[in-house]
Design a protein around this ligand. Structure first.
Ligand SMILES: Cc1cc2nc3c(=O)[nH]c(=O)nc-3n(C[C@H](O)[C@H](O)[C@H](O)COP(=O)(O)O)c2cc1C
Length: 215
């Protein structure tokens, strides 16, 4: 790719990006079809293009290959999701119990995403007063991966209903890595322009105007 190519002001690109953002979904229902290794490499390379504080690139991806580990992660999330459901009552509780909140058993690829809290890259630039910017950077890498995957018809599902300490013990993550997310990747069953939680009556998308204030 050229180092000087500009992506600015191209109406075709704008339309494509608008579509990508509109159709990007959190995916929980996966086909078992594998993702080609070259495609996975491309996704990791594109995630590496994400912005990061001081260009520290603090994201660390653990690719879960072991079947036993995958099953242990799925069991753990099921248990954590059951426990999390105890705070709901009545109709909300019934609705919660009907939600599918992860695709860990079917998705062809599972990643645990960590933030290295003391990366050597970046030499500390930009984070002296806000060390949490390393974690924000890691979230941006996930979002970059999300969009890159979606543009190839590959779905991503984010899973946060976990006890991070238990996950890190299972994966033998280094102590200076902070757990950020479990991620499923794979081909989705059906595209939709609406979030699944909206379609299932849990939470609709809000009017963006309500999230803007002025001073
Ligand atoms: C930080 C974060 C944590 C999330 N955790 C979960 C999760 O544990 N399980 C789940 O099913 N979806 C999870 N999601 C997906 C959201 O529910 C989803 O993004 C939201 O409902 C909007 O749907 P959409 O992404 O399809 O637009 C998470 C998303 C984010 C950004």
């Amino acid at each position: 790719m050229s180092e000087t190519k500009s992506a600015a002001n191209d109406p075709d690109l704008t339309r494509l990006v608008d579509d990508l953002l509109t159709w990007r979904r959190n995916v929980r229902h996966f086909q078992r079809r594998p993702i080609a290794e070259l495609e996975m490499e491309r996704l990791f390379a594109l995630a590496q293009c994400a912005p990061s504080v001081g260009n520290a690139q603090p994201w660390r991806f653990i690719r879960v290959r072991d079947k036993g580990l995958r099953a242990a992660l799925a069991d753990h999330v099921d248990e954590a999701a059951r426990n999390a459901g105890l705070c709901y009552e009545g109709e909300r509780a019934t609705r919660y119990a009907s939600l599918k909140l992860h695709g860990l058993r079917e998705a062809p690829e599972i990643l645990a995403v960590y933030c290295d809290e003391a990366p050597s890259a970046g030499q500390g630039l930009g984070r002296a007063t806000m060390p949490e910017t390393l974690r924000y950077s890691t979230v941006l890498a996930i979002h970059t991966l999300w969009l890159a995957a979606q543009s190839r018809g590959i779905g991503l599902g984010w899973i946060s209903i976990v006890e991070p300490g238990r996950i890190s013990a299972m994966l033998a993550a280094p102590p200076q890595w902070h757990f950020v997310a479990l991620i499923c990747l794979g081909y989705a069953d059906a595209p939709s322009s609406l979030p699944e939680l909206e379609r299932r009556g849990w939470q609709a998308r809000l009017d963006w105007r309500d999230n803007i204030s002025e001073r």
